[in-house]
Ligand binder design. Structure first.
Ligand SMILES: NC(=O)c1ccc[n+]([C@@H]2O[C@H](COP(=O)([O-])OP(=O)(O)OC[C@H]3O[C@@H](n4cnc5c(N)ncnc54)[C@H](OP(=O)(O)O)[C@@H]3O)[C@@H](O)[C@H]2O)c1
Length: 292
């Protein structure tokens, strides 16, 4: 199978490239092709005519999207449309990565894949519009919604918590937003399995179980063996430009229909910390023999 990944330089794209072993895979960043430009997208995929295109490229700065609405729409909506039109032209299957932020977050039970979209911020709107347009352009495309992505080598919540804990004895973290943290390598493996299964339609893929950001931070600190005190607080103490859903847990049923199970978020947190320690030890300069 031949595969092209847009967004291969991102938090998800890097493990996707690393984990995708059996097939012929090309990874593209924004320097290789700007997805806002339809001609650049077509030129990037036409010579290879891949079996699958994975669209993991996005403008992911949720607060930035509020003040840069045009950029959010150009990358997240029009960029996705450009990829879908190119996929249609060359006969490739498309897997588009989307988000829990397409929902309003007012629910209290896991969102099923067919739950109506009602995004509450510009980022969510730009992704929801992309989903709607993609279903029209390529009805057989696969839309994979995920949430609270984290991984080594990128800006993410556990990285922020560990950096804060290095300098503070106490940290306050919001305890009134509930979701499912998702380790990027676990999501990457699920996406690869979905492509091999020829998946279509909307699929929800996150680590299993759910927590608040406070509970997630407490687990990170505990598993990292740190003593920093994590205190629960509320979102009104951390007002941000983009509204966040209070509840955005995604039901795993659509993923289970493909016989795919993802680890718990607690196991994923431990895997992240282990991978981070390995990455740190590889970065440290080796001590020269005889000088220790
Ligand atoms: N992060 C989360 O918590 C989260 C949650 C739910 C869903 N998602 C979705 O998961 C997917 C992957 O997110 P991520 O966290 O891996 O993103 P990320 O780390 O922010 O990386 C974004 C990727 O998109 C590329 N990109 C940005 N603008 C582009 C453009 N104009 N043309 C071409 N490529 C462009 C970047 O390329 P360069 O680095 O080369 O510029 C990079 O490879 C996205 O679809 C996102 O919406 C993320």
């Amino acid at each position: 199978m031949r595969v092209i990944i847009f967004g291969a330089t991102g938090l998800l794209g890097k493990p996707l490239l690393r984990e995708w072993k059996r097939d012929e895979v090309i990874g593209l960043g924004s320097k290789d092709a700007d997805i806002r430009d339809a001609s650049q997208v077509l030129s990037a995929v036409e010579p290879t005519r891949p079996d699958w295109i994975v669209a993991a490229a996005a403008y992911t700065d949720v607060d930035g999207c509020e003040s840069h609405r045009d950029l959010a729409v150009a990358v997240n909506t029009q960029g996705a449309v450009n990829i879908a039109q190119a996929a249609k032209k060359i006969g490739s299957r498309l897997l588009f990565v989307s988000t829990d932020y397409v929902f309003d977050g007012l629910g209290n039970a896991p969102y099923e894949a067919n739950h109506p979209r009602a995004p509450r911020n510009v980022y969510g709107q730009s992704k929801a519009q992309a989903e709607e347009k993609l279903a029209e352009i390529l009805p057989s495309c696969c839309i994979v919604r995920t949430s609270w992505l984290f991984g080594v080598g990128g800006k993410c919540f556990p990285d922020t918590i560990l950096k804060l804990a290095a300098n503070r004895s106490e940290i306050d973290v919001v305890d009134d937003q509930r979701g499912s943290p998702t380790h990027a390598p676990d999501l990457a493996r699920a996406i690869i399995q979905l492509c091999h299964a020829g998946a279509t339609g909307i699929v929800h893929a996150t680590n299993t179980g759910d927590c608040t950001w406070f509970e997630f931070a407490r687990e990170i600190i505990h598993d990292a063996g740190l003593t920093t005190l994590v205190r629960p607080t509320t979102s009104d103490k951390f007002v941000r430009p983009a509204a966040r859903p209070k509840y955005s847990v995604l039901s795993p049923e659509s993923l289970q229909n493909y016989g795919i199970a993802m680890p718990s978020w607690q196991d994923a947190t431990r895997a992240y910390l282990a991978e981070r320690m390995t990455a740190d030890s590889l970065r440290k300069p080796a001590v020269e023999p005889g000088k220790s």
